[in-house]
Design a protein around this ligand. Structure first.
Ligand SMILES: [Zn+2]
Length: 51
């Protein structure tokens, strides 16, 4: 988990759809876009889609 991702955020780009995710580490709910979703609180990529 050393990758430095800049893909987290809630910006809505054309064609990109935001989905609701929940972090498996801290249980935070957040919206993410794309396949490299990362928790904004603990930066874990161990998240699940709620939709
Ligand atoms: Zn988290």
């Amino acid at each position: 988990m050393c990758s430095v991702g800049d893909s987290f955020g809630v910006e809505l780009e054309g064609g990109m759809e935001a989905h609701e995710y929940q972090c498996n580490h801290c249980s935070k709910n957040f919206k993410g876009i794309g396949t490299n979703v990362r928790c904004p609180k603990c930066f874990s990529t161990d998240v699940k889609c709620l939709e």
